[in-house]
Design a protein around this ligand. Structure first.
Ligand SMILES: Nc1ncnc2c1ncn2[C@@H]1O[C@H](COP(=O)(O)OP(=O)(O)O)[C@@H](O)[C@H]1O
Ligand SMILES: [Mg+2]
Length: 502
């Protein structure tokens, strides 16, 4: 109900004072305020109506706030209960859970039994709906993810890697650790993989021996089985970061210097086209997400990804996701199809999760034709390497362009490359921020604006002491940024302060 409607209703009520106030039939309608006390005085119906409407609005606001607080409390309470019940079940059932001689229906029966017992002992009151939900969630947890289940629930673990049935690794704080957990054998691992991918409607078998998919919670799963995986099935789960890193987080971690972070922010605000390059797991998507966060709220953004990972907070975000072909090999919607379609959606900026093939040509063209400030990532070993990768990927579009023309396209489209690496010490850092400054003959000229200082050496724990330092170059992209009315202080590029602070 709009404020106007409420005002009218209240006015009506005030004028019909004395008549019994009818309760609204709609149960979601705000509570009716008590009728004004009869005081015999002639009253100003107008003012009273307004006052009534105001109280009503206030009451409703308070009501909503109370409801939200209640929902939060309920949610926490259920989460706690779920954890408690889950732990109890694992204790009660123990190794039976992973015992292969117990067949699946039998195991499910036992789990249900235990679950029933546990719920009977629970003193927390539960609605039928909550109860049903709790049972199905717990069954999922316990029956489907197998021995890696605890790591999937552990928030300090960012990645779970099953190299083989007896080699389960996790990543915590950027470091790989081997866990004591094992599957019973290849068959057990294989069954678990089938259950995990089956739950998201995918299939894995000899004819389709690998799957890349997104789980209901946003985590990404990749599974690959023989014959293409020579030593047995393997599974990698990159857990969904519920709270993605922002640029200030990255600064705090020492992944990027404050100056370089500011420079990159101003580039994004100033509609500079940026490519993030790096190896697998180096932090490309994370940086892309952090950079995209700087796109001004008024702009219309279309994101295109293999599996939707980006979490943008702006109001005008349209998210597109790759669709794999079905079992008969039909219905695939490629990243390239999506980039082309995105151009018809009147975007201000296009953000492509990662370019891997022919879509690179369309992306470069978009960057060159009015979609300034677009961002993407590419798999590469250095900024220079990313240029040759882009070139190769353009050729994958199947158009017959001379190399020089492709390079000209790249040089005109891309202004800045930020390169991320996972260093030997397990930390992830931006190791270079470079800019493209045109062509010399057939070669694209690239200059580093910031570079990681490897010369600083390592501390006793083997951690790199270096930082991302300015090279002293005043980037020529500055003019473009300043033309957008964004100031770019020269201090960002001074070598002196960083040297002094060491
Ligand atoms: N600067 C960073 N510091 C710490 N962890 C990071 C950093 N950047 C990324 N990560 C973590 O590293 C993992 C891989 O990052 P992601 O951005 O997905 O890599 P990529 O896209 O290059 O494969 C994720 O778990 C992410 O949270
Ligand atoms: Mg990625």
């Amino acid at each position: 109900m709009s404020l106007q409607e409420r005002l009218a209703q209240a006015k009506n009520r005030a004028q019909n004072d004395g008549a019994p106030v009818e309760k609204p039939a709609d149960p979601t309608a705000p509570p009716t305020p008590p009728p004004p006390p009869p005081d015999g005085e002639p009253r100003d119906a107008e003012a009273e109506a307004e006052a009534a409407a105001e109280t009503e609005a206030e009451a409703q606001e308070q009501h909503l706030a109370e409801e939200a607080a209640h929902a939060r409390r309920e949610h926490d309470r259920l989460a706690q209960l779920r954890r408690r019940i889950h732990e109890g079940l694992v204790r009660a059932l123990g190794p039976q859970l992973y015992d292969e001689s117990v067949d699946e229906t039998e195991l499910e029966r036992r789990v249900r039994d235990e679950l029933r017992k546990a719920l009977e002992q629970e003193t927390t009151p539960l609605s039928a709906h909550d109860r049903k939900r709790l049972v199905s969630d717990t069954l999922d947890d316990i029956l489907y993810n197998g021995p890696i289940e605890p790591y999937l629930r552990d928030d300090t673990v960012t990645e779970v890697m099953v190299n083989g049935y007896d080699a389960v690794y996790v990543e915590r704080d950027g470091r790989l650790q081997r866990t004591p957990t094992t599957f019973l054998d290849d068959a057990h691992l294989r069954r678990t993989i089938e259950k995990i991918v089956g739950r998201v409607g995918r299939r894995i078998d000899e004819s389709q021996p690998y799957v890349d998919a997104r789980l209901p919670d946003g985590s990404r799963v990749n599974a690959i089985v023989p014959p293409v995986s020579v030593d047995g099935p393997s599974l990698t789960i990159r857990k969904f970061a519920r709270d993605p890193y922002t640029m200030s987080d990255l600064v705090e971690f020492g992944s990027v210097s404050k100056e370089a972070a500011t420079f990159l922010r101003k580039c994004v605000e100033g509609s500079v086209n940026v490519v993030v390059s790096g190896g697998t797991g180096a932090g490309k998507t994370t940086l892309l997400n952090a950079l995209s966060g700087f796109i001004p709220a008024g702009e219309r953004i279309v994101t295109i990804e293999d599996a939707a990972e980006l979490q943008l907070q702006q109001p005008h975000v349209l998210r597109l996701e790759y669709r794999p072909p079905n079992i008969e090999g039909r219905g695939e919607v490629t990243i390239r199809d999506l980039v082309r379609n995105a151009l018809r959606m009147r975007p201000d900026r296009i953000v492509v999760g990662e370019v891997r093939g022919g879509e690179t040509l369309d992306m470069l063209q978009a960057m060159n034709t009015g979609h300034d400030g677009s961002i993407t990532t590419a798999h590469a070993n250095s900024p220079r390497d990313s240029l040759s990768r882009l070139e190769t990927m353009v050729l994958m579009a199947g158009v017959d362009l001379p190399v020089r023309a492709i390079r000209e396209q790249i040089a005109a489209a891309v202004q800045v490359i930020a390169h991320v690496e996972r260093l030997r010490d397990g930390t992830r850092r931006i190791t270079k921020v470079s800019e493209l400054v045109g062509m010399e003959g057939d070669i694209i000229t690239l200059q580093d604006v910031y570079a990681f200082d490897y010369d600083a050496g390592m501390d006793e724990d083997g951690r790199f002491l270096g930082t991302l330092r300015p090279t002293g170059i005043r980037p020529s992209v500055s003019r473009r940024v300043k033309d957008q009315g964004i100031d770019l202080p020269a201090e960002l590029f001074d070598t002196a302060p960083a040297a002094a602070s060491r």
